[in-house]
Design a protein around this ligand. Sequence first.
Ligand SMILES: Cc1ncc(COP(=O)(O)O)c(C=O)c1O
Length: 420
Amino acid sequence: MPTAVTHATAAVAGTATASGAAAHAEWQLARRAERLNPSVIREILKITERPGIISLAGGLPAPESFPVQAMREACQRVLADTPREALQYAASEGFGPLREWVAQQLGTLGMTVNAAQVLITTGSQQGLDLVGKVLIDAGSRVAVEAPTYLGALQAFAPYEPEFVAVDCDDQGPVPEALGAAAGARFLYVLPNFQNPSGRSMGAQRRSAVAEAAARLRLPLVEDNPYGELWYDAPPPPPLCAAAGDGAIYLGSFSKVLAPGLRLGYLVAPQAIYPKLLQAKQAADLHTPGFNQRVAFEVIRNGFLHTHLPQVRSRYKAQRDAMRTALERHLPAGCRFSVPAGGMFFWVELPSALDAVALLPQAVQAGMAYVPGAPFYCQAPRLNTLRLSFVTVAPALIEQAVAALGRVLAQALVDAPKARP
Ligand SMILES: Cc1ncc(COP(=O)(O)O)c(C=O)c1O
């Protein structure tokens, strides 16, 4: 049955015409649907799934780090002990013991959290969508870092905000520049091992940003999926520890257990928690109760105390392998700094090079990266790219970075010729 989609014309119901020929239905998209775009990264991932390509593009945790045996045992225990409760509809707020666990865990990071403020979400990505739904009107300003997490731009964009990019340096938002964000609905901030840049905010920077935001009466939305993936020293306390009711905090089990669980959480002040909860009810009623019980069963007795050091040591070795490979293979004029945690290196190429244009050549050479441009809400820097070091083993990292180095070196030879 043929159908048509239109953005501006009235919808026509499908009915038979007098001549007997079937008229076709015409779908009319909402304006916000026009703001929904395919994830650049997911599109790149499709190309890089071709055999033979070493992908440093996706931010996929190493499958070897997934706690398969612990999950298997936990599934069995949940199905033996509480099968009917686990398979039934459940509370939208989340599984009580898991909410308690999250509140306690955040207490160890310096935050004061009541379990009643915790909303378990279907990945922290859903938390971002709920925040957008509840806090953004068409035309309202939302302040973000430059660059920032592409998935957040995607989550917020359909609510039609006007993005404001705050000035950043190698520690993230510059406190003195936050005035540009005055009047925004919130500042979306990633203090730990930021996706995509890998940078982190020091303790002083965190206090200065929290103080500046409080002075400006600017709410914070703090996203921290990578905080536990530190390789040198644990990061300073979250901004939320100082910001109190002026902040929403987002966390995730994707990087500490497994992303397939789709388990995240947010912590919100009492004033807006009910609205976030209602938005969640409208979206999915609740996050899968079975997954929540299984995850709780895995972590309840301190499992992460032994699991996380293993993940950290695996990723630290991979980070160091990438650092060595980048030092060895990148041509002169490329710059990067070593992330103290997380999953990503951010590389700045000489200004004549365009990472978007060079991607097909990199894929041809057998490797893939994510160009940096889509991570900017405005004024994209074309000469940047992101490399993930967690998914592939050190020998493959070396091979992929060597291929990247060759592509960049050739592009530098060609670049002056390309310019008038
Ligand atoms: C900064 C950031 N926030 C949120 C997410 C979403 O994570 P999830 O929905 O798996 O919890 C990601 C995923 O990579 C991320 O990098």
